[in-house]
Every structure is written in C-alpha cells, then in structure tokens.
Design a protein around this ligand. Structure first.
Ligand SMILES: NC(=O)c1ccc[n+]([C@@H]2O[C@H](COP(=O)([O-])OP(=O)(O)OC[C@H]3O[C@@H](n4cnc5c(N)ncnc54)[C@H](O)[C@@H]3O)[C@@H](O)[C@H]2O)c1
Length: 277
C-alpha cells in the first residue's frame, strides 16, 4: 500500500512517521521543498531515537519522499490531508487530488471540526472521501476515528479502517457529526470542569486531583487543557457551539480570557500552571 500525506505539520508529520514505521511507501506533500525536507529530518530524528531506545528494531527513511507537487500523489492508494483547518483550502486541495489521483484512491481528511461531507462536496467522486481523525501527537495516541461522510462508499470506509490498523492504531467507526465521538464528549466535559473551578471555588490543583483520583482520569482537566493549548480548546469549543448550540459547548469566559492573554498552556510556559522551559 502506498500512502500520501498532504501537509507535514504537527499532525501530518506524525502520520507520515507512522506510515514509515509500518513499512509503507509514503509521499509527503508540503508547500515548499524546505518545509518537506525539515519534516523528513524531524521524522528521521524521532525514528532514530525509537531505535536507540529499543522501541523499534529498524526503519527505512528511504520509504518517505517529499514533494511540492500534488501530481506525485497520483498512484497512492490512500491520501491523508492534514493542511490548515479551513474549508476553502481543503476543498481546493481535494479538487486537485481528484484531478491527479487514480479513481480508486481513497481521499481522507484529518479535520477535527469541519464537516467531512462538506469537504467532499467539492468533488464529483465524493464516495471516495472519508475522515481519518488522528489525535495529537499522532505517533503516541492510539486512537483514530474513521468517519463516514454522507456519500462515503463502504469500500473507501473499510480501506481507511484497515489503514488505521496497519498504522498500529485502534480505529473506531463513526458518522460525520460535529466533534465526531471523542471531541463531542470531551470538549463540553472540559468546559464543565472549567466552570466548576468558579462555581465550587475549588483550586486548579484540587480539581485535577479530584478528576484523577475520583474519576480515574490519567491527567487532570486543567493539565489536559494546558497540554492541548487554551487557544486550540477555545477554537474547538466555538466550532462545536456554532454547529450544535448547546450551552455547555460554548467556551467558558475564563478560558477565552486566558487565550486572549497569551496564557496558552505548555507552549507559552503559562496556562493554569507555570512551566519551566
Ligand atoms: N493539532 C491537533 O491537535 C490536531 C488534532 C487532530 C486533527 N488536527 C487537524 O489536522 C490538520 C492539520 O493540523 P496541524 O495541527 O498539523 O497543523 P499545522 O499548522 O501544524 O500543519 C499544517 C501544515 O500544512 C501545510 N500546508 C498548508 N497548505 C498546504 C497544501 N495546500 N499542501 C500541502 N501542505 C500544506 C503547512 O505548510 C503546514 O506545515 C487540521 O485540519 C487540524 O484540524 C489537528
């Protein structure tokens, strides 16, 4: 199986790394050759470290080529899109992919908050479009949501599911609804946690301890929001709120204020907690 990955940023590079680890021929497309080469270097570095730690025996970075040309994805069996989270550029890319790829190439999107069906509506062969929603960081998080859009064919859906397994992930099947499965549940839940900070006048540390020791969470909600980034969480909340209008989905004002103040969490060194760089 040959895999294409479009966009080698945080998610795409992780997905390309998984494909190389799985021994699959992989083509990564970026907007400049330099970005492609940088991503390839990072992937090589991560895999080298895995060998040194004894987590994998060997890998062949030669399986990964990078390109700026969409045409180089022509003979891929599956292409996974991981570019900016915006409808227009994604639809434009899918139109290009439809022009150059084989008719049986499955076109997958890693979107978190957009509708897979709406992305697919840009092309005439919408039956080959599915969602493959990986979690960040893709090489470490075991889950991938395989998302069926309105017109997805069974064949495309099952090909994506099988690829998820081949990449060493635990795939789950779902339909194209806002937030899919995990974010649909997790985002309002994390928003509840933030509201409880003010309502119950519980400290950040005690709330995290409460959810870890009372609900078995591996990490407290405030630690988790710091890891994800308050800005990313606010953006995801706003997307869900816009589509479903459930009050719990709207970002709590406290979080919006944190994001506006640059208290983004781990990536800026300050969020609910302070981090040493
Ligand atoms: N970061 C997360 O936590 C996360 C989790 C799950 C899904 N996603 C989704 O994955 C997608 C990518 O997110 P990310 O965080 O990796 O973003 P990112 O900004 O880190 O990476 C995007 C990359 O795409 C490249 N790019 C943009 N347009 C392109 C094009 N037309 N062709 C090729 N490359 C192009 C950019 O140069 C950049 O390197 C988004 O749809 C996002 O919603 C993100």
């Amino acid at each position: 199986m040959k895999v294409g990955v479009v966009g080698l940023g945080a998610m795409g590079a992780g997905i390309a790394q998984l494909a190389v680890e799985a021994g699959l021929e992989t083509v990564g497309r970026e907007v400049t050759a330099e970005l492609g080469e940088k991503a390839r270097g990072r992937i090589d570095g991560f895999l080298k470290r895995k060998v040194e730690k004894g987590q994998i025996e060997a890998y062949d970075i030669g399986l990964l080529t990078t390109t700026t040309e969409v045409a180089d994805l022509a003979d891929c069996d599956v292409v996974i899109e991981a570019i900016v989270e915006s409808l227009e550029p994604k639809q434009e890319l899918f139109r290009e992919l439809e022009r150059v790829c084989r008719p049986d190439t499955v076109l997958a999107t890693n979107t978190s908050a957009l509708s897979v069906t709406e992305i697919a509506s840009a092309i005439s062969s919408a039956e080959r479009v599915v969602g493959m929603h990986f979690f960040n960081p893709a090489p470490l998080m075991p889950l991938v949501e395989i998302v069926r859009a309105e017109l997805s064919s069974d064949e495309a859906f099952e090909t994506a599911y099988a690829l998820g397994e081949k990449l060493g992930k635990h795939p789950i099947r779902c339909h194209d609804t806002p937030g899919f499965v995990v974010n649909r549940v997790l985002i309002p839940l994390l928003n509840d946690c933030v509201r409880v900070l003010d309502e119950a006048r519980v400290s950040v540390e005690d709330l995290d301890a409460g959810m870890k020791h009372g609900a078995g969470w591996p990490m407290g909600p405030c630690e988790l929001i710091d890891l994800v980034g308050t800005d990313v969480h606010v953006h995801a909340s706003e997307a869900l709120w816009a589509k479903l209008r459930e009050p719990r989905m709207a970002a709590p004002p406290r979080l919006v204020a944190m994001a506006n103040a640059g208290l983004l969490g781990r990536k800026t060194g300050r969020g609910f907690y302070t981090y040493e760089s």
